[in-house]
Design a protein around this ligand. Structure first.
Ligand SMILES: O=C(O)C(=O)C[C@H](O)C(=O)CO
Ligand SMILES: [Zn+2]
Length: 280
């Protein structure tokens, strides 16, 4: 298990590019028939990536649950959000089976003993991006397609940030212990997300970018508003943002990203906005 202990905002001011990437960037998530897991000590969120190809892959493949979580199965005291950013696939949660196409989502409740991931076609495998948060009770495991998500159009072409925030795992759509997740899609020609920037002292956030062509990139902005840094992000890579960090991006072309939050509240609009001229 890759464990990220995270640093504080004062030390981060002196981080080199390499240190910043080692601490906050999550890459290489999709290795055939493998579960890659990154345990962040920021709100104890865990990021998983799985690309099943030749076999059905259990969520705990290669993971020593007792050592990593102190529990006998991964979701004994955790909840999980899953998005498929690859080809069509299937997820079996205990006795229930769910088909997930591109951009479909599955919320898996705390207490689920078995989660098994597979692809319909090995030539076009599913890529399951997953985020898990500590949870204290069970809710309903539920499939959500993009039509179930609450839509929040935002931005404009004039400011190159016209996009739709799709709120999937959100209190207005379904109840969870603390996890919130959604998918933001930029319109062609728009490249900025989350500018004006914000932080939320009461929640952390993880972005995973996808739909970035091989010759393009996203400059993800992070750090305190008065001490910004950037990190170059490629396709299907994620960035961990502690509560003190802005999380905004500018692509060399349009892209999409999945956001995931955990922390004290699930109030999406609980944000401390920073006026763009005040950024440094
Ligand atoms: O495009 C956006 O703006 C977002 O998707 C914002 C994130 O959802 C976020 O940062 C919520 O706190
Ligand atoms: Zn945010």
């Amino acid at each position: 298990m890759d464990i990220r202990y995270s640093c504080n905002q004062r030390d981060f001011r002196r981080y080199t590019t390499e240190e910043t990437r080692a601490e906050f960037l999550v890459d290489g998530l999709y290795v055939a028939d493998t579960v890659r897991a990154v345990y962040s000590h920021v709100d104890r969120m865990v990021i998983f990536g799985c690309m099943p190809v030749a076999e059905a892959v259990p969520l705990d493949k290669g993971i020593d649950c007792m050592k990593s979580f102190g529990t006998s199965f991964v979701l004994e005291r955790r909840e999980l959000g899953i998005f498929n950013i690859g080809g069509p696939g299937r997820i079996v949660v205990d006795d229930a089976s769910f088909a997930l196409g591109f951009k479909d989502c599955l919320y898996v409740t705390q207490g689920s003993r078995s989660v098994v991931l597979s692809s319909d076609d090995p030539a076009h495998p599913a890529k399951f991006y997953m985020v898990s948060a500590p949870a204290h009770r069970a809710y309903e495991t539920r499939f959500l397609s993009i039509t179930d998500a609450k839509k929040k159009p935002i931005g404009s072409a004039a400011t190159a940030n016209k996009r739709v925030i799709n709120q999937f795992i959100h209190p207005d759509v379904l109840q969870t212990c603390q996890l919130s997740m959604g998918l933001t899609e930029l319109e062609t020609g728009s490249v900025w997300n989350t500018m004006p920037a914000h932080t939320h002292e009461r929640r952390m956030e993880i972005y995973t970018y996808f739909g970035i062509a091989a010759d393009q990139a996203v400059f993800h902005m992070m750090g305190e508003g008065k001490q910004t840094r950037h990190i170059l992000v490629g396709n299907e890579e994620a960035v961990i943002s502690p509560s003190w960090s802005i999380h905004s991006g500018c692509g060399t072309a349009a892209y999409s990203f999945i956001w995931a939050m955990g922390g004290e509240n699930q109030t999406f609009d609980d944000m401390d906005h920073i006026a763009t001229p005040d950024l440094r």
